[in-house]
Design a protein around this ligand. Structure first.
Ligand SMILES: NC(=O)C1=CN([C@@H]2O[C@H](COP(=O)(O)OP(=O)(O)OC[C@H]3O[C@@H](n4cnc5c(N)ncnc54)[C@H](OP(=O)(O)O)[C@@H]3O)[C@@H](O)[C@H]2O)C=CC1
Ligand SMILES: N[C@@H](CC=O)C(=O)O
Ligand code: NA
Length: 432
């Protein structure tokens, strides 16, 4: 029995997927049951990384998702529209869907999964988080019996690649971003990577699976890496940290916030001894803590044609396996998504973190005393204060706080910024 694949998109991931589908030797025998039936693109004349017969390609994507012969629609065009509408149309026509599109799923997952459940079809998304790393299906299946306490990850390959090269070579941000784009890691608009939105989409998806409730993507606090400078990377190194863009989801430990989740994305100083500190380049890693399993870490290539296509194709064969073994496919309880309620997210001011602050101050007596006093008045205790560099009559001061409520820290910082002796506050970064 052959299952017809309608592929939408033949860019980086689409071409990687075709490469696996057309070269099944030495891979799972179920690949032999798949037939690449139609491929939808925007521009028929564009040079392609894979060679396909002309008659397979079309610019009419709606015809693919409504074609009776298509069994599985694989959406790899990216972006919100027309991806969302095409996925919904595919579902309405009874097609199973595989997608790598975290932007669509994190924003319209409720609509898409409601439609899929009503139609009795699957929407699979292993490639949407962590690229080739199996993390979605393990959260649904192998870790499903655990009470998950936290999910902390480096889940954007582009920013990890940029930060790693800035760390290793002292390279310039813009120059490394161009390399990440040419290697196929970055989104069509790399703003989504650099400003943390891509990681926020992904942690919203992981949190929904880990904690069993829907997450409103717009409530996820998100900061990117544009403001990270070579100076911060170097000071962090001297203080025993690496700067990483972390995506964090955990249960709120406060007794006043039962059932609340803390979900956020921001650059973070990670202690060198922490397992996430040594994840470099396009590699991603996701550290999950559950009860009773304890810590589990998933590690691998989080972007790029081949690794992402591996996840896409594994979802396709999962669906093919179900189609092959079940005459009347019913939503498989470990593969479908059925949660209905929305999780409550803790406001960012209530979060507890340590902070790294780099200040440029006038080099005068009592400056450090004033800083200590202001932070102290807001209940923010300082772990270390180092006056590191001098520039004419200015001093560079690097402070690391103890764990503190973010709201208190922000109030203190606003007062510090108003001090006559403070020239600028170039960096404020949370510390893990
Ligand atoms: N690149 C990566 O490493 C990863 C990407 N992803 C996700 O995978 C998806 C695809 O990404 P990627 O392969 O990098 O994207 P690309 O930009 O490389 O490819 C997009 C493809 O979709 C086609 N396309 C886009 N819009 C339309 C449209 N309106 N009508 C018809 N065809 C269209 C393009 O056609 P044409 O070629 O003719 O322009 C192109 O073939 C995205 O959701 C992305 O977030 C997930 C994990 C990793
Ligand atoms: N642009 C993304 C691609 C995969 O999701 C990344 O850099 O991680
Ligand atoms: Na994955």
């Amino acid at each position: 029995m052959a299952y017809n694949i309608g592929l939408l998109g033949l860019g980086t991931v689409g071409a990687g997927t075709v490469d696996i589908l057309l070269n099944p030797e030495g891979r799972h025998p179920l690949l032999g049951d798949l037939n690449l039936y139609r491929v939808g693109v925007r521009d028929l004349n564009k040079p392609r990384a894979v060679k396909l017969p002309d008659e397979l390609l079309t610019t009419d994507l709606e015809a693919i998702v409504s074609d009776e012969a298509v069994d599985i629609v694989v959406e790899l065009i990216g972006g919100l529209e027309p991806a969302r509408s095409l996925i919904l149309q595919a579902i309405a026509h009874g097609k199973h869907v595989v997608t790598a599109n975290k932007a669509v799923i994190s924003r319209y997952g409720d609509e898409i999964y409601d439609a899929a459940n009503a139609a009795g079809v699957y929407v699979m998304l292993e490639a949407a988080v962590g690229g080739g790393i199996p993390v979605i299906n393990p959260l649904k299946q192998a870790l499903g019996v655990n009470r998950i306490q936290s999910v902390i990850g480096i889940i954007n390959g582009t920013t990890n690649y940029i930060l790693s090269r800035m760390q290793q070579e002292g390279s310039d941000f813009g120059e490394v971003l161009v390399d990440a784009q040419s290697l196929g890691y970055a989104e069509a608009d790399p703003t989504a990577d650099v400003d943390g939105w891509d990681a926020a989409d992904k942690i919203a998806i992981l949190a929904a699976l880990a904690f069993g409730g829907r997450v409103k993507r717009e409530e996820v606090h998100c900061e990117g890496i544009r403001s990270i400078s070579a100076a911060d990377i170097s000071y962090a190194q001297k203080l025993g940290f690496r700067i990483k863009l972390l995506a964090i989801a955990r249960r709120d430990p406060s007794p006043d916030a039962i059932d609340h989740l803390q979900i956020r994305v921001h650059p973070t100083l990670v202690p060198l001894s922490h397992p996430l500190a040594s994840i470099n380049g396009v590699f991603n890693a996701i550290l999950v803590e559950g009860d009773p399993i304890g810590p589990v870490m998933f590690y691998g290539q989080g972007a790029g044609a081949g690794p992402t296509a591996s996840a896409v194709t594994s979802d396709i064969i999962n669906i093919a396996a179900i189609l092959k073994t079940e005459t009347e496919p019913i939503p498989h309880p470990l593969l479908s998504c059925t949660h209905q309620h929305y999780c409550t997210l803790t406001r960012v001011e209530e979060l507890e973190s340590r902070f790294y602050i780099r200040l440029i101050a006038k080099d005068r007596p009592k400056v450090i005393g004033h800083l200590g006093m202001i932070f102290g008045e807001h209940g923010v205790s300082l772990e270390s204060v180092v006056q590191i560099g001098f520039r004419e009559d200015l001093a560079e001061i690097v402070i690391v706080t103890h764990e503190t409520r973010e709201g208190n820290f922000r109030e203190a910082l606003a007062e510090v910024e108003d001090l006559e002796e403070i020239d600028t506050v170039p960096s404020v970064i949370r510390v893990l």
